[in-house]
Design a protein around this ligand. Structure first.
Ligand SMILES: Cc1cc2nc3c(=O)[nH]c(=O)nc-3n(C[C@H](O)[C@H](O)[C@H](O)COP(=O)(O)O)c2cc1C
Length: 312
């Protein structure tokens, strides 16, 4: 099995999405190894390639059929696309579509098509170009994270792109909201659990298809919308009223506070006092029946006090 991963995140290896892609690959590889099937993997980091934008000259159709007039890294990418049995497109959602660098790569696939007008009923039924090369049996997986709380409703542009190019049932997707949480070590309990499901999806995909139960698990939010959005707003470290940068210790304390689950209310308010020894700052989290709040003037009587350097 020949696998091509196209990582279209400008962050390269530090991409959130790439974490999902690696989990998916590890699941596929485990089942490939168990089945004794060869697993050849080539990864393309789009941010390390020189791929110029398409010039729109159509010379790849009428002057030098099959060959672009721009000679850059795209020539190699086309060879890899033709080589692979399965291509995994891995990218963040940018303005409800793909990042610019990846869009250049997508546009530059034009030499892979013939110019003639045709209809491919498996696609969307509103015009198509025939492939220049035999792509029969090749498969496509699309993996993406986005920044809003849910992937639902945010991927219309991506679905449209792949519906037109691969056909409506011609590709497999994993789309995940709250993508920035994958880079927060403190939240790894939840994100690792999700990556475990992605890994399972990879194993199932190798064996034929991702099972409906797994698809349902993948569509679960990482955190409830309210918790995520409160946490995300705080993550910028900016005071909501003034718009100015606030103390890192205060931001951190507020982020801890939004993770409080009021269902665990024990019958009376608890006050967690955080004293950051290295910067001499103290904040209190009041955890009550209706939720939590942060007190900055130290006016509450602490139930529990934690003394720690902020760096810890
Ligand atoms: C320029 C830009 C545009 C973005 N547009 C969207 C968007 O339209 N919808 C969304 O939910 N998230 C959007 N995001 C957030 C990213 O999709 C999100 O942070 C993602 O997890 C980054 O993944 P990566 O680490 O793999 O690059 C955008 C981020 C940037 C920098």
């Amino acid at each position: 099995m020949k696998l091509l991963v196209i990582n279209g995140s400008p962050r390269g290896n530090r991409s959130n999405t790439y974490k999902l892609t690696k989990a998916f690959l590890s699941g596929m590889k485990e089942n490939a190894d168990a089945a004794g099937e060869a697993f050849e993997l080539v990864e393309i980091q789009v941010n390390q390639l020189k791929i110029h934008p398409c010039l729109g000259c159509f010379s790849c159709w009428n002057q030098t059929p099959g060959n672009c007039c721009i000679h850059d890294d795209m020539e190699e990418v086309i060879q890899k696309l033709l080589w692979a049995d399965i291509t995994i497109w891995s990218f963040p959602l940018y303005y409800f579509t793909v990042p610019g660098g990846l869009k250049n790569l997508i546009d530059r696939q034009l030499p892979m098509q013939l110019p003639f007008m045709t209809e491919n009923e498996k696609q969307t039924g509103n015009g198509s170009h025939p492939p220049r090369y035999d792509m029969t049996g090749k498969k496509t997986v699309v993996i993406s994270t986005c920044g809003f709380y849910t992937a639902e409703g945010n991927y219309d542009g991506i679905y449209s792109l792949f519906d037109h190019t691969c056909g409506r049932d011609g590709y497999t997707t994993i789309f995940c909201g709250q993508g920035e949480l994958f880079r927060i070590p403190d939240l790894s309990q939840r994100t690792d659990q999700y990556l475990g499901i992605v890994r399972k999806a990879g194993m199932e995909y190798f064996s034929g298809r991702i099972l409906p139960e797994t698809v349902a698990e993948l569509s679960q939010l990482l955190y409830p919308r309210e918790t995520f959005e409160a946490w995300a707003d705080l993550s910028w470290g900016i005071d909501r009223q003034s718009g100015e940068k606030e103390s890192d210790a205060l931001t951190f304390t507020r982020q801890m506070a939004v993770l409080y689950r009021k269902e665990s209310y024990p019958g009376r308010d608890q006050v967690l006092e955080m004293y950051y020894t290295d910067i001499d700052e103290c904040y209190q989290i009041v955890m009550g029946k209706e939720g939590s709040r942060v007190v900055t003037d130290g006016s509450m009587t602490a139930t529990t006090r934690i003394e720690t350097p902020l760096s810890v």
